[in-house]
Design a protein around this ligand. Structure first.
Ligand code: PEP
Length: 256
């Protein structure tokens, strides 16, 4: 089974009403040319206050809307949190969970990330589960162990619907640094994750494993040509429409 490649932009804490308007309009205008016939899927994961704005801009287009986080709770006294039910009301299709910036700055644990994935799935939102090793972990030869531990927690909690998730391999040392994993380094880890998914579900070939970490217009094609790289999670380059569209073009062209 060949899955459609997915290119998801992670705006992080960037944007303004004016800038979002120009960016999304430009992406939407170029999408038909970048991925003719919808040969690749594209999404933007935006800061929560802009969900309504971007939902309106995406309405009736092929650009999907995503969030950058989701609460494990459904409702109640959790100041500052946003539930998956709320996200659903804004047409959110994807929710990033376990981004390394949240693991690092908000001390999110593997167990919390797994619960966030569960909360998203409960509302029909596809979690984009981020896993990845730090530079120190890579240098200590612990890459496989770390990403497998992170994914195992999500499989443990979401076993029966694990084929509904998207995984993003994001080596922490490559995020926002301009240092990209080589296609071979990335493929090696993606193959490990694929094997882990295969052991967990008969439908592992349905699960898209994205690469994230300084993916850009210049390096996207070689990364996306790898057999187990099913798309990209794009930070910096998703803030510039021409760059983001070039990555979507590379994904459409790499589509088997
Ligand atoms: C990210 O934030 O998920 C990311 C991959 O960022 P960048 O593309 O800027 O490295």
């Amino acid at each position: 089974m060949t899955v459609k490649k997915l290119v998801a932009g992670n705006w992080k804490m960037n944007g303004s009403i004016e800038a979002n308007d120009a960016l999304v309009r430009a992406v939407v205008a170029g999408l038909g040319h970048a991925a003719p016939g919808g040969r690749a899927e594209a999404a933007v994961c935006v800061p929560a206050p802009y969900l309504a704005q971007v939902q309106a801009l995406c309405r009736g287009t092929d650009l999907a809307l995503g969030s950058q986080d989701v609460s494990v709770h459904a409702q109640g006294a959790y100041t500052g949190e946003v539930s998956s039910g709320m996200l659903r009301e804004f047409g959110v299709r994807y929710a990033i969970v376990g981004h390394s910036e949240r693991r690092q700055y908000h001390a999110e644990t593997d167990a919390q990330v797994a619960d966030k994935a569960k909360a998203a799935l409960a509302q029909g939102i596809t979690p984009i589960v981020c896993v990845g090793e730090t530079l120190a972990e890579r240098e200590a030869g612990r890459t496989e162990e770390v990403v497998k531990r992170q994914l195992a927690a999500v499989i443990h909690v979401n076993g029966h619907c694990i084929s509904e998730i998207v995984v993003a391999y994001e080596p922490v040392w490559a995020i926002g640094t301009g240092k990209t994993a080589t296609p071979e380094q990335a493929q090696q880890v993606h193959a490990v994750l694929r094997a882990q998914l295969k052991a967990a579900t008969d439908h592992s070939d349905r699960v898209r494993i994205l690469y994230g970490g300084s993916m850009n217009a210049a390096n996207a094609a070689s990364l996306l040509a790898q057999p187990d790289i099913d798309g990209g999670l794009i930070g910096g380059a998703s803030l510039k429409a021409p760059d983001f569209l070039q990555i979507i073009t590379a994904a459409a062209q790499a589509q088997a």
